[in-house]
Design a protein around this ligand. Structure first.
Ligand SMILES: [Zn+2]
Length: 302
C-alpha cells in the first residue's frame, strides 16, 4: 500500500516518465492518463468495482482529493473492517489491471471483488482461533466458499408472524461451491422469528457436523441470533438452544458461526420461502432443485 501512497507503482504515467512506454493512456478506458488516482479511483472500471462492495456508501461520500486523501478518508471514517477491505479491493484492482496488461485477460468487476473477498475469508480463517465466532458482515456482496476440506452451511428461516407455521432452509456447499445438500423443513409451531432463526442455525450446525464433523462454517443473516449465540444470557428463554450451538462449536476443531448479508444468503432464503409456499419438506442431496440453479451458479466461486 505504501507504494500507492508514495506514487511508486508502475502505472503508465510513471512508466512514460521513465521512457518505458510511449503512451500513458489507461489500458481499460483509454480515456485518461493512467496515474494512481485514475487507476484506483477515477477510472470507470475501478468505480464499477468499488460500487459492488459494501464500502461504496463510505467512498461515495469522499469529497475529492488525491488517492492518499481517499486512503485517509477510509482510515478516519471507516468502521469495523473497512480499512482492510479497502486495501484488499485496491490490491485486487491492481492484479486485474496487470493480468489485463500482461496476459490480455479481462476480469469482470465481480471477479475483482470476489478475489478480494476470497483473500479476506482466507485471512479470517487463517487467523481464527479454535472456536471462531464471527459476526462480521462480509465485505463483498458475494458468497465466499469455505477452505478445502471444510463445509459451509447457509441457513435461513421464513416466518409469517402470527401464524403457527414456519420454514427453515439449509444449504451445504464445499470449497468449489458444489451443493452437497439442500433441505427445507416445514414446521408447524408458533415461535418468534428470533427463535425460528435460532433453530435454523441449530439445524444447520447439525447438518454441518453430519457432513464434515470438525471443519465447518454456518452462515446466517440474522445478526441478533448470532449475537445471542456469542454471549451466554442465562435469563434468555432460548439460551438452552444457543448453549447447544456453543457446545457443538467448541467440540469441533475449526467451527464458526458467521453473520452475512441477506444478499449472500439467497439460496437458503429461497429454499425456506419455497418450502413455506409448498407447505412440504424439500430434500436434495448432491443435486439442487431447478428454482435454485440460477442463484447457486451466481454464488459459485470463479
Ligand atoms: Zn481508465
Amino acid at each position: 500500500m505504501w507504494r500507492v501512497l508514495f506514487n511508486a507503482l508502475p502505472v503508465k504515467v510513471n512508466l512514460e516518465r521513465r521512457g518505458i512506454v510511449e503512451y500513458a493512456s489507461c489500458p481499460h478506458c483509454l480515456f485518461a492518463s493512467e496515474d494512481i488516482p485514475h487507476a484506483f479511483w477515477f477510472c470507470s472500471k475501478a468505480k464499477k468495482v468499488w460500487k459492488l462492495t459494501a464500502l461504496w456508501p463510505l467512498l461515495a461520500g469522499f469529497p475529492g482529493g488525491s488517492f492518499a486523501d481517499l486512503f485517509c478518508w477510509v482510515v478516519d471514517f471507516g468502521v469495523g473492517d473497512d480499512f482492510q477491505s479497502f486495501v484488499l479491493v485496491r490490491w485486487s484492482i491492481w492484479i486485474a489491471r496487470n493480468t489485463f496488461v500482461f496476459e490480455g485477460k479481462i476480469s469482470s468487476s465481480k471477479d475483482i471483488v470476489d478475489r478480494a473477498g476470497r483473500s479476506w475469508m482466507n485471512f479470517l480463517l487463517a487467523s481464527s482461533s479454535h472456536i471462531g465466532f464471527r459476526d462480521r458482515v462480509l465485505m463483498t456482496p458475494v458468497w465466499a466458499p469455505p477452505l478445502v476440506g471444510s463445509i459451509k452451511v447457509n441457513v435461513d428461516a421464513s416466518v409469517v408472524e402470527s401464524v403457527d407455521y414456519f420454514a427453515i432452509g439449509i444449504v451445504g456447499r464445499d470449497h468449489e461451491g458444489n451443493v452437497l445438500f439442500a433441505i427445507a423443513k416445514y414446521l408447524s409451531e408458533n415461535f418468534s422469528p428470533h427463535f425460528v432463526e435460532l433453530l435454523a442455525v441449530k439445524k444447520g450446525v447439525r447438518m454441518a457436523i453430519q457432513f464434515q464433523e470438525s471443519h465447518w462454517i454456518v452462515e446466517s443473516d440474522a445478526l441478533t441470533v448470532i449475537k445471542s449465540i456469542q454471549s451466554s444470557n442465562p435469563f434468555a428463554q432460548d439460551d438452552l438452544v444457543a448453549q447447544e450451538i456453543r457446545t457443538a462449536c467448541s467440540n469441533s476443531v475449526d467451527a464458526s458461526i458467521i453473520h452475512c448479508s441477506k444478499k449472500i444468503n439467497q439460496v437458503a432464503h429461497l429454499l425456506a420461502s419455497r418450502c413455506l409456499q409448498l407447505k412440504c419438506n424439500i430434500l436434495f442431496k448432491d443435486t439442487i432443485p431447478i428454482f435454485l440453479k440460477k442463484t447457486v451458479i451466481f454464488d459459485r466461486p470463479l
